[in-house]
Ligand binder design. Structure first.
Ligand code: NDP
Length: 398
């Protein structure tokens, strides 16, 4: 039995609130976010007396501490933006509660994706006897659990990891992002990076791409990106010789992005406009559809998985593990699109791992450092069934 505070009432916050409300383990749920009307809308759509709402500006520790002290949760689930991660971790430490998020901290003025800032909290969480679970969405999140599960059950050593992420959905808009536009565009416009033979190899953004087959979908053009789980996975699975991340984008999406980039609309440094400082990407975000608003009439599905090659008893083995998620099914169940759903469900499974003592240990952890079995057991029943392929075939060379 636990009290949970959810911070962030966007696409993912909606899924997290619905899924927490459906679990008996969570007796009281506070949904807090910058715009309280969004929290109220979500609470009304759930219609459970367990869910209450509050306005919270999570950019300052004092605000968050005050609200935590009033509500007295056991655990905070952070599904606001990566900018708030450190403030929320500080507030959890000050009030003695556990922490979980789905994206690594980013400073607002530099698009830098690394865990260093959050790993620096390890001793403080450890000494306080508190658990912080980092990156517990789908990717990062389930992809790390998939890798840990493969290592635990099927491999002595993992050598090659290719994480592949396809959104084969259609929301009918010419250009929109499936999660927060600012965070999404910062990520995609960065140079790509992958790990090979002990080194990081940097490439110009979106410069390596190839068709990759996805179950039930077929071949889709997929682009090599840097993605944050690569950093923790190469540390925690030190036998990895190569680790890469691929994501599909349509030609229309890439064309829009290139134009926006070429004209300076994706810049994150402030510019002077009519006597005011504005950040072009933040202005662009204000024009683009909110991720939550894409859910109605979204058709098609997502498919995300891990292609893994390694050895077992001296013999090379190939293994693929994945989930496909239908946008319309997610909408029917909780009123969200598939990207929000595939992020929100693992966050709640991770929260249950803390509440049920399966992952409750003092310190700051990436998901692959925790036992994958109880998480995998709950993931399907919670809405994201996963499938394994042992046919020894992989679209990737060693
Ligand atoms: P949205 O933009 O839809 O929602 C973000 C929410 O956070 C909004 O309700 C916003 O409030 C709120 N918020 C922003 N700043 C503050 C603040 N200072 N204080 C309080 N609340 C704030 O994004 P998504 O729901 O799509 O994404 C949420 C998170 O999930 C992001 O961090 C994203 O990176 C992560 N994510 C992770 C994935 C994974 O697989 N690991 C995949 C997809 C997303 P307001 O409405 O007022 O702007």
């Amino acid at each position: 039995m636990a009290r949970v505070m959810i911070v962030g009432a966007g696409g993912v916050g909606n899924v997290v609130a619905h899924k927490c409300a459906a679990r008996a383990e969570f007796t009281d749920i506070l949904l807090a976010s910058r715009s309280v009307d969004k929290c109220e809308q979500i609470a009304a759509s759930i219609g459970s007396p367990k869910v209450t709402t509050a306005a919270l500006d999570a950019d300052t520790v004092a605000n968050t501490v005050k609200l935590i002290e009033e509500f007295k949760p056991d655990l905070l689930i952070n599904v606001a933006l990566p900018y708030q991660d450190l403030v929320l971790m500080d507030a959890c430490l000050q009030t003695g509660i556990h922490y979980l998020d789905t994206a690594n901290y980013e400073p607002i003025d530099v698009a830098k994706f690394e865990y260093s800032w959050q790993w620096a909290y390890r001793d403080r969480f450890k000494n306080a006897g508190l658990t912080a679970i980092l990156g517990c969405g789908f990717d990062p999140g389930v992809t790390g659990v998939f890798s840990a599960y493969a290592l635990k059950h099927y491999f002595d050593e993992i050598h090659y990891l290719d994480i592949i992420d396809c959104n084969d959905g259609n929301h009918g808009k010419s250009f929109a992002t499936n999660f927060n536009p600012e965070i999404n565009i910062r990520e995609i416009t960065q140079p790509g990076r992958y790990f090979e033979n002990g080194e990081w190899v940097e490439i110009p953004a979106l410069s390596i791409h190839r068709p990759i087959p996805y179950p039930e979908i077929g071949d889709r053009e997929s682009y090599l990106l840097y993605h944050e789980e690569l950093e923790s996975l190469v540390k925690n699975i030190p036998t990895l010789k190569r680790a890469r991340f691929w994501m599909t984008f349509s030609e229309t999406y890439i064309t829009h992005l290139k134009v926006l980039e070429n004209i300076g609309m994706t810049r994150i440094d402030p510019i002077e406009y009519q006597g005011k400082k504005i950040v072009p990407l933040q202005f662009l975000k204000a024009l683009l559809p909110e991720p939550a608003s894409l859910a109605t009439n979204y058709t098609g599905q997502t498919s995300i998985g891990c292609h893994i090659t390694g050895i077992k008893d001296g013999v090379e083995k190939k293994y693929y593990v994945y989930n496909n998620c239908q946008h319309a099914a997610a909408y029917q169940e909780v009123g969200s699109q598939g990207i929000s759903y595939t992020t929100g469900v693992p966050a709640v499974v991770g929260a249950l791992m803390i509440v049920n003592d399966k992952w409750k240990k003092p310190g700051v952890f990436n998901v692959e450092e925790c036992d994958p079995d109880p998480f995998m057991e709950l993931l399907g029943p919670m809405g994201l069934p996963w499938h394994e392929v042992f046919d020894g075939v992989s679209p990737f060379e060693n």
